[in-house]
Design a protein around this ligand. Structure first.
Ligand SMILES: Cc1cc2nc3c(=O)[nH]c(=O)nc-3n(C[C@H](O)[C@H](O)[C@H](O)COP(=O)(O)OP(=O)(O)OC[C@H]3O[C@@H](n4cnc5c(N)ncnc54)[C@H](O)[C@@H]3O)c2cc1C
Length: 474
């Protein structure tokens, strides 16, 4: 659908003068099919997503967001909400309808004495981290610097600081939100507390966040790095890793990866193309303590490469950027694992050995620590006791290869189901209602559904990992 005629969801045409009236009423730029930048503007990070919105509004301020919500609701337009545009499911763009884009809203105020940051929703983690780093402060954020703070925070937020300081949503103090009826509210423990409960894990279901207020922590420098091993001994290595991470201090967050080594300046050429295991680690606290804690990883299984050092936190935070360029074809499947049992490890290593694309990686992120100390009932985010999150990150370039890579990813994820307990909502693709429910405990899903009925009874915000409004009488 590339024409400029705009249809409501009931098939009625929206008159051109109504569209032009809307465009003239907002401060931000409205992009439509045929405009020079439309092609770039309709794209998101995942190259698999190929949708043609009728309009894209790059909001300049909260008033634009309110006007966009009112306009889409009144004219029965499907609405998508985009901040960083990273979500693999691609819900940040719609076919037809209006994309409400917040990526130009990038203000940030830091109160260093109180260790608080108020950040506009259009910031990426790279931008946020650079700003807070000026004060030697940080909060848990995503591993790739171009990821948006908005989508990540609303789903939970797992990252290098989580075992010490909790998830991103555990550090959220309040938000400003535009709800489906166009109201602009504050949600915090004190104001609209039910909504605040749902926003911490419930994703984009309840409205559009215009700004987030976070608690910050001292984390100017971290001791961090990675170690690379040949993949031959993967099962033994993963067993060792399981036992090792069960004993490490909370300051140490680690991640175990299956990957193919691609040309990179820090790697000797002889390793290019080799199937490998990498363990990445980040220690927050005293560097000597950190070195001691990660020593077993460096002494065992004859690593073929590696580096470790004290560095500014934002530098380590962007170390994965080269692994995650925009535009590649991506298909992900993820599960939480309560434990890494021997049969589970055998299944993981068997499938990982058959990886079908050299760009694909399998990420095992160790959780626990401060994450599992927050009471499960505190907020919508669920499965706090998970031992780790496993994400099969399939990537490739050639569309003709899609069937092969998707089939491998599905088979791998299917084989993990007997070991899995739930899923992290932010790693879900377009996988249907059952998988959205799997992101929450049944009680919490029911609570979220009641909250959705209260704040968005018509399911205006439906392009997301959708929680259906509870039906009357339930
Ligand atoms: C390369 C890569 C690395 C990642 N690394 C991590 C990681 O380290 N840790 C982690 O926890 N997750 C990670 N993720 C997952 C990430 O948390 C989600 O993809 C998240 O949705 C990205 O946020 P975004 O603002 O960029 O998303 P977008 O694609 O812009 O939005 C995704 C959805 O979030 C909602 N949304 C976005 N903005 C708003 C808003 N302002 N108000 C209300 N709802 C909104 C909408 O429902 C939208 O469909 C990663 C993803 C990628 C692609």
């Amino acid at each position: 659908m590339t024409g400029r005629t705009v249809f409501r969801q009931d098939g009625v045409i929206v008159p051109e003068e109504v569209l032009q009236g809307f465009a003239a009423s907002v401060r931000g730029n409205v992009i439509r099919p045929g405009d020079e930048i439309y092609e770039a503007a309709r794209r998101v990070w995942n190259g698999m997503i190929n949708r043609f919105p009728a309009m894209i509004l790059y909001c300049r301020d909260t008033t634009d967001v309110i006007k966009a919500v009112d306009f889409a609701r009144t004219n029965k337009l499907l609405a998508a909400v985009r901040s960083g545009g990273h979500n693999v499911a691609g819900n940040a763009v719609c076919e037809g309808g209006l994309v409400i884009d917040l990526s130009l809203m990038k203000g940030i105020d830091i109160d260093a004495a109180s260790r608080i940051a108020r950040a506009d929703a259009g910031l990426t983690w790279g931008e946020f981290d650079q700003a807070t780093h000026l004060y030697g402060l940080a909060t848990t954020g995503g591993l790739v610097s171009s990821t948006g703070i908005a989508g990540l925070t609303l789903g939970g937020g797992i990252g290098w600081l989580m075992r010490k300081f909790g998830l991103t949503c555990d550090n959220l103090l309040s938000v400003r939100i535009v709800t489906a009826d166009g109201q602009h509210l504050i949600a915090s423990e004190e104001e609209n507390a039910d909504l605040f409960w749902g926003l911490r894990g419930g994703g984009g279901n309840f409205g559009i966040i215009t700004s987030f207020t976070y608690r910050l922590h001292p984390a100017a420098q971290v001791l961090a790095g990675m170690i690379i091993y040949p993949a031959d001994n993967a099962a033994t290595l993963l067993r060792f890793y399981r036992d090792y991470i069960s004993l490490i201090p909370e300051g140490l967050t680690t991640m175990f990866l299956f990957l193919t080594l691609l040309p990179a300046p820090e790697l000797p050429e002889r390793l290019f193309g080799m199937r490998a295991i990498a363990v990445y680690f980040c220690y927050t606290g005293d560097a000597d303590e950190g070195l001691k804690a990660m020593q077993p990883l460096r002494e065992t299984f004859s690593p073929v490469a590696g580096s470790v050092g004290v560095m500014p936190y934002p530098r380590f935070q962007s170390m994965f950027d080269l692994n995650a360029p925009p535009g590649l074809l991506n298909y992900w499947k993820s599960v939480y694992l309560d434990a890494l049992s021997d049969p589970c490890i055998d299944t993981i290593t068997e499938y990982a050995a058959g990886m079908t694309s050299p760009l694909t990686q399998v990420h095992i992120q160790h959780m626990q620590g401060a994450v599992s100390r927050v009471p499960e009932e505190a907020m919508a985010f669920s499965h706090r006791n998970a031992f780790c999150s496993l994400n099969i990150v399939s990537k490739w370039k050639d569309p003709d290869e899609s069937d092969e890579h998707v089939a491998w990813t599905r088979a791998f994820a299917g084989a993990l189901m007997p070991f899995s307990d739930g899923v992290y909502v932010n790693f879900l693709g377009d996988e249907g209602e059952e998988r959205v429910r799997a992101a929450y405990t049944p009680d919490k899903y029911a609570q979220l559904s009641a909250l959705k009925k209260k704040y968005d009874p018509e399911n205006f915000f439906r392009l997301n990992q959708n929680i259906r409004p509870a039906r009357s009488g339930r």
